[in-house]
Design a protein around this ligand. Structure first.
Ligand code: NAD
Ligand code: MG
Length: 396
């Protein structure tokens, strides 16, 4: 491809685990991609070094660090323009000079830029699963109206996407169910009675993946898999009862599709997020990702077990939320973001993340969200309710 047809990519959440892996893949293919924008919440130094390396047109950071970012860019003699805040994220996500948006912000904070990119018809690479869990039908409608191409980056959803036939019109007739695999996280075999005393450091020590702290805690509670069940529901349109979860500790099979005839198609690979990232960036083509290929001679056994409801109660909230009125998945996500943050700050016991999530789900009943403003209001309302639960449990 010539320079004229390079994909112009905005990486939102560039300093995170997914952002870093995305830039690693992009750097392997300078003839295919041009980085036009990079964002970080407040990691000034990391963002500045990325700007030196990729020389984007825009760099975005929160308002507090914006002056220092502008100064740092000037001091380095870079052409990059410093922008700040949530409005800058949505403007860049919808800008006509951006072709592809990598949504790698963590949490509902990434919702507005995702919807902006969807409305503007971008190629939208979705790592930020919370945005879809919160946005639900409103998000999907923005994708339809804007003519955006939504491509999953979550490894399970990339696997499903790769194992499904190309034409979605054929799915209802052909597909029996989809099976999401889960590693089981760091506490898969730990005595459930000891989960009350787990520390943030223990919860973030994932056996197979190195990830941001929020998703690491979600993996330990299996709330991550609950979010992924909801994400799969919205991405692929299957009924909640057609979505199954199985624990597969080796994280080699990234997920599977079972067809009407009993045939199961799986996608395999080493646990390296550069594989689904490269697929999203190059789709429908394929390109090198930098990941080690599987070595079947050394792989050993692949094992499977059913998830246990007493050990992983958070997982089962997914089907409950999907059966409830629209907006309930946004409530569940907000509760979990508040609970995880409280846990990471030492204000909430690990085993009480579930209590906050369930309590908020039962207490905060949504009216059907129609647009982004409704979603943000619902998110705020659910956060307030969850914060009350955290305080109540602190005194308990
Ligand atoms: P991370 O914490 O490593 O990085 C998050 C990025 O978002 C950082 O660049 C940070 O500066 C930015 N950010 C955080 N809060 C923000 C805010 N309020 N406003 C603007 N920017 C903000 O997280 P991660 O592990 O890279 O995960 C990113 C997303 O991808 C999450 O939604 C996660 O669930 C999803 N995901 C991650 C992995 C993985 O392997 N890390 C796998 C699948 C899906
Ligand atoms: Mg995943």
């Amino acid at each position: 491809a010539s320079a004229a047809v390079r994909q112009r990519v905005a990486v939102l959440g560039a300093t995170g685990s997914i952002g870093t892996n995305t830039l690693d893949v992009i750097a392997r293919h300078p003839e295919r991609f041009e980085v036009v924008a990079l964002s970080a919440h407040r990691q000034l130094d990391a963002l500045l070094s990325l700007c030196e390396r990729f020389r984007p047109r825009w760099a975005i950071i929160d308002a507090v660090h914006a002056p220092a970012l502008a100064h740092g860019l000037r001091a380095r003699g870079l052409p990059t323009v410093a922008l700040s805040g949530a409005e800058a994220l949505t403007e860049v996500a919808a800008h006509p000079d951006v072709d592809t948006v990598m949504a790698a912000i963590v949490g509902a904070a990434g919702l507005a830029p995702c919807i902006a990119a969807a409305r503007a018809g971008k190629r939208l690479l979705l790592a930020n699963k919370e945005a879809l869990v919160v946005g639900g039908e409103v998000f999907l409608q923005a994708v339809r109206l804007g003519g955006a191409r939504l491509l999953p980056i979550d490894s399970e959803h990339s696997a499903i996407f790769q194992a499904l036939p190309e034409d979605p019109a054929t799915w209802p007739q052909r597909v029996e169910k989809i099976v999401l695999t889960a590693s089981g996280g760091p506490f898969r075999t730990r005595d459930p009675a000891t989960l009350a005393t787990v520390t943030p450091q223990q919860a973030c020590a994932h056996p197979n993946w190195v990830m941001g702290r929020k998703i690491s805690v979600d993996s330990a509670t299996m709330m991550n898999k609950a979010l992924e069940v909801i994400e799969a529901r919205y991405l692929f349109g299957f009924a909640p009862q057609q979505i199954e979860v199985v624990i597969h500790p080796q994280s080699v099979i990234h997920s599977m599709v079972q067809y009407r005839d009993g045939s199961v198609v799986a996608q395999l690979g080493t646990p390296d997020m550069r594989v689904p990232i490269a697929y999203g960036l190059s789709w429908p083509e394929r390109m090198a990702s930098g990941a080690e290929p599987l070595d079947f001679g050394r792989l050993g056994a692949l094992t499977f077990e059913a998830p246990d409801a007493s050990r992983f109660p958070c997982l089962f909230l997914a089907w409950e939320a999907l059966a409830a009125p629209a907006g309930t998945t946004a409530v569940l996500n907000a509760a979990n973001e508040v609970a995880v943050e409280a846990f990471l700050q030492g204000r909430l016991r690990f085993d009480r993340i579930y209590v906050v999530n369930r309590g908020t789900l039962e207490q905060c009943l949504p009216s059907k969200p129609q647009d982004l403003a409704d979603l943000l209001a619902l998110d705020a309302q659910a956060r307030a309710c969850a914060a009350q639960w955290v305080r109540r449990l602190q005194d308990a």
